[in-house]
Design a protein around this ligand. Sequence first.
Ligand code: SAM
Length: 309
Amino acid sequence: MGRSSKDKRDIYYRLAKEEGWRARSAFKLLQLDQEYQLFKGVQRAVDLCAAPGSWSQVLSRKLRAAEDEALAVKIVAVDLQAMAPLPGVIQIQGDITKVSTAHEIIRHFEGQPADLVVCDGAPDVTGLHDIDEYIQAQLLLAALNITTHVLRQGGTFVAKIFRGKDVTLLYSQLKIFFRQVTCAKPRSSRNSSIESFVVCLGYCPPEGYIPNMSNPLLDHCYNVDFNQLEGPNRVIVPFLACGDLSAYDSDRTYPLQLEGGKEYSYVPPTQPPICPPYQEACFLKKNNLLSKEKPPTHSRSAGQEEDPA
Ligand code: SAM
């Protein structure tokens, strides 16, 4: 694939580089904000599963826009992977399913709860849909669990969700903690992708609820098939397409020269990964150090084939 063909196929990938975002995901948060005004009055925010950092960039740019406000703003970003620094963003390299990570986040807030928690967490997909959906759901529940520790009453939680077959159970769990739960699909999220975002407004945990990382939130401990529930017992949340409908369509291919736009010129990624897991393999390959298959020790007659394993 040529350097510009991805720019052509994925308009948001290209715009992200042109506008200096580390990933195209930035547009998803920006479009969610257009619909829900997520950042209004927010001073303390947590970005879970933040690397490479485009959502943290959005938070940093939006919340610290006014110079006099910048000092009061606190943004904590967490990811398994290391992330290049960003202005005004405290970084934690950790696993959001671990109690120790939750405690570290809480410590940074020094008793002052957060106004907003966002989570764009996604596992490394296996391609086995049931497993991918299950792991994604566990990440969301881990994020919710951390949220119950750090979010103020009335605060907002936004998280990626895979709209798979067990999604009703997740909605039910979120509805326990928030006054309003909506599932939103920004324009920049491909229609072909199962991903959407739950926007949970008005944090109001059940009376007497004590946040607890060993809480069996992750256990399906009820003998109920939530998808079989009928009528008012079935939790149905509105599904809303958001972002300006005249915005670019993430499933379309666009010409490099956009209508009325500037001359196209290739822009390299804003922040390449600083320590990607494939770095060692690239080094070995570049230096011809990858182990090579040994030639067979005995000769074969023409046409004789190896038995497949
Ligand atoms: N929002 C990010 C941005 O805008 O740059 C992109 C997030 S990326 C789609 C998903 C991230 O989830 C990955 O960086 C991955 O390392 C992180 N992740 C997956 N499982 C995690 C876990 N258990 N704890 C922390 N981060 C996790």
